[in-house]
Design a protein around this ligand. Structure first.
Ligand code: SAH
Length: 394
């Protein structure tokens, strides 16, 4: 049973992070399903959206900006949408509760230790951001203190005090970001406590998560999403699979147990390193990961007359470019599973693939981000059969 709706979050207007706070959860699901139907309905029947049983506190990664208010008091929270004004937040409906509590403690400890928060206007002060990541399945928690300088007075005592109040923390990292930038993390990093990373379990596999690496922020729904992606891919153990835009390899590694071979391609070199380490960590031998542009990579595969049976593609919000789509057409896998976080660009890409001989076989929306306007979709495409079977299955 979902808890009863008690009205919008009091911070909704100022924070701007959740656009659907004025809607009760069932209505949000209806709204998102309608959005997907409006954009993708012309390609086939849109299945009912898969929502969350408990659509609260689902975010495993929480980020708080630190600063000072008019009275020079330390505040922490989120930036007001498209500004750099901090809206103070102590607890949030969608963030992990343990992470929120840790952030409040850090704010108090700063005062106790006479440490300052960063003042963006004066470009002065010590603590800029706190990032907390929690492995929901393992319970491991990482705290990243983003500071403006590497000099951290009373560092040992501060860390000890934080651990006394929150023994659940498994690692603490100091990240130094001295730049005038809206990026949260800087390049320099120092582990203050524990191994410097956490692990989480997703779809039965263990993934290592470091301060900077990308990891899905709603692990509960990620399992639902990947489950659907695997189901529609119809893997039998014999297929050669490509995981395009693979990130740290979560989709490819999940598929590796159901396929003969997996090849993952990803632009970000750090993520590729994580993907390779994740394969090793889980004893997976039939998955390889490469850095590069997914379109360029598949173009080269096609030129060398390499083949692939199934391509999973999970591009960023902008969707895929022509080069990628054309390389996909050259490679001509029998099935394509297109996972998207933006149905608008997905609609554009699907229209192109359909025009060139693919057919949409199923459309499944999944709610990965309750209370926000975002919606994720899994679309299965397969090549139009020569014998003319073109109908969209009911
Ligand atoms: N499939 C992963 C990551 C999806 S996010 C997961 O579910 O966790 C999209 C990823 O595409 C990002 O990691 C981004 O770095 C990568 N990317 C962006 N443009 C790319 C390109 N042209 N070629 C390959 N990867 C790209």
């Amino acid at each position: 049973m979902r808890p009863t709706y008690t009205g919008p979050c009091p911070l909704a207007k100022k924070c701007g992070g959740c656009q659907l706070q004025n809607m009760e959860y069932e209505r949000q699901l209806h709204f998102k399903e309608g959005k997907v139907r409006a954009l993708l309905g012309r390609f086939g029947r849109v299945k009912p959206i898969l929502g969350m049983e408990y659509p609260y506190h689902y975010r495993n990664k929480v980020q708080a900006a630190f600063g000072v208010n008019r009275h020079r008091e330390i505040i922490s929270g989120v930036y007001q949408s498209s500004t750099h004004r901090i809206v103070p937040v102590d607890s949030c409906r969608i963030e992990d509760r343990a992470a929120d509590a840790i952030i409040v403690t850090i704010r108090r400890l700063l005062k106790d230790f006479h440490l300052s928060a960063y003042d963006e206007r004066q470009e002065k002060g010590f603590l800029r951001h706190v990032l907390v990541k929690r492995g929901f399945a393992t319970g491991q928690i990482m705290v990243v203190l983003v500071t403006s300088t590497p000099v951290f007075t009373a560092k040992k005592h501060f860390v000890a005090a934080l651990l006394t109040e929150h023994p659940e923390i498994t690692t603490i990292v100091q990240n130094v970001n001295p730049y005038y930038t809206s990026l949260v993390l800087g390049k320099q990093q120092k582990v203050l406590y524990g191994p410097g990373y956490i692990e989480d379990v997703l779809c039965g596999l263990t993934f290592r998560i470091s301060a900077a690496s990308f990891y899905q922020i709603n692990p509960v729904q990620t399992e639902v999403l990947y489950g659907k992606a695997m189901e529609v891919a119809g893997l039998t153990g014999k297929e050669r699979v490509i995981d395009a835009y693979c990130g740290i390899g979560t989709i490819g590694l999940t598929a590796s147990r159901l396929a003969s071979e997996v090849i993952g391609v990803e632009l970000n070199g750090d993520a590729v390193r994580d993907a390779i380490a994740n394969a090793k960590r889980n004893g997976i031998r039939n998955a390889r990961f490469y850095p590069g542009d997914a379109g360029e990579w598949m173009e080269a595969m096609a030129a060398e007359k390499e083949q692939a049976d199934v391509v999973f593609m999970d591009p960023p919000r902008a969707g895929s470019d022509r080069r990628f789509l054309d390389s996909l057409l050259k490679l001509a896998p029998s099935r394509v599973v297109y996972i998207s976080c933006n149905p608008e660009t997905q609609a554009r890409d699907l229209a192109y693939l359909i025009q060139k001989g693919y057919r949409v076989r199923s459309i499944q929306p999944v709610d990965m981000f309750p209370w926000t306007e975002h919606v994720e979709t899994v679309v299965l495409l397969s090549r139009k059969k020569v014998d003319g079977e073109e109908k969209f299955p009911a």
